[in-house]
Write a protein that binds this ligand. Sequence first.
Ligand code: OOG
Ligand code: NI
Length: 472
Amino acid sequence: MSAHDHIHPDEIRTHFAHAMSDMFRAEVPQYGTLTELVGDVNADTLANDPDLRDRLDRNGELERLSTERHGAIRLGTADELFTIRRVFAVMGMYPVGYYDLSAAGVPVHSTAFRPIDDSALGRNPFRVFTSQLRLELIEDAALRAEAARILAARRIFTPRALELVGVFETEGRLTRSQAEQFVREALQTFRWHGNSTVSLDTYNKLHDAHRLIADVVSFKGPHINHLTPRVLDIDAAQAAMSARGITPKAVIEGPPRRDCAILLRQTSFKALEEAIRFENSSGESAIGTHTARFGEIEQRGVALTPKGRKLYDNLLASVRRDVQVGVAGSHARDYDTELAKRFAAFPDDWASLRARGLAFFRYSATPAGIAAGERHRLPATVDALVEQGFLRFDPIVYEDFLPVSAAGIFQSNLGTDEQRNYGEQSNQAAFEQGLGAEVHDELELYARAERASLAQSLIRLGSPHIAFKASA
Ligand code: OOG
Ligand code: NI
């Protein structure tokens, strides 16, 4: 191979995800413990559930499982957001979805950078939940101005990383050696810094405004704050955490345990208190602490249609309205019981989820269907093809995030005293202006994947005449 052979963005993403995982394991040893635990739970779950194993295998999820991760960063400015979009594009990651967390008392709005087409997702679905601090939500005008000044002066990307982004944008690709360098340079942006760029006094003022503001403004760059592996049985993992010396938050975020997993269930352990060196203008240093980095695991289920999502949001909101979850966990059991009770209204078998138009599925032609197609013996509707075993449907995994869960994760790491009341101040237009692009609509991506799988399957069946029934 010559030095000039080029490398696919999917491969750069895989290298980057590995490098990030190695870096985080070295920085936060509990992450290593957590990934081992997840590996054990996944091996047990697969050994005990051959149907699940087959399904994941058919969907290409088995192969990606051991490396599947998401991480999160918090940026300070629109310029940083703009540039991170260009950096992630080198790795085939694009902004999907808009999350407004101000409604939950967290002064950020966010998107998720991730691969978007099926083949890229199958290779490595690495995602980074990326938030931008909303300085306009800081009330104190002087502090707001100081934070803006500090952020405007920092450079979170190395010059060489930016140069290589430029090469990618003009050439449309990188050579293998450029890609290796790009991964090393890009990684620097996500590194932890034990030195703060501000004085302890400034840090304390920022911290009083909101702990998250201090986290973003006081450091040289947007350290990766967690890296989350995907677990196949989150209840088993949650139960096993304390045996390995890790204390999880009181409740699992998201839907309750079900036979047919939907969306996303997550749990985390509290952020570590880490020593930080602060320096004041006269060069004297002081040692303080900061908490930012934590651990999280997640179980992913089927992506829901707009109708399914509405049902999910309504059921979850009804529980949260009626049962307050104390951070101390005093009401955790009431919450779990109530959640399970109310979600009885959400169908829990694949056939009903499909028939009622609540979830997205990937269709495939079965051998029996292909044989029947050759003999021109196929029924004329999708439903009949499914009923007669000529078309198979498998759940499309949810690749995104949930704003209520994300707020819960943010908050469990900030502590109860950090509840602020910003009200809902969704501002997708301003976010996209900073980003320099529109975010992809995740629902449209799932709908497209479902449609494409159906179209392909019908071709495999010999293109029978199908009357498409409007979905219920
Ligand atoms: C991001 C929290 C959101 C998730 O999994 O929902 C998140 C953060 O704390 O920066 O990662
Ligand atoms: Ni997360």
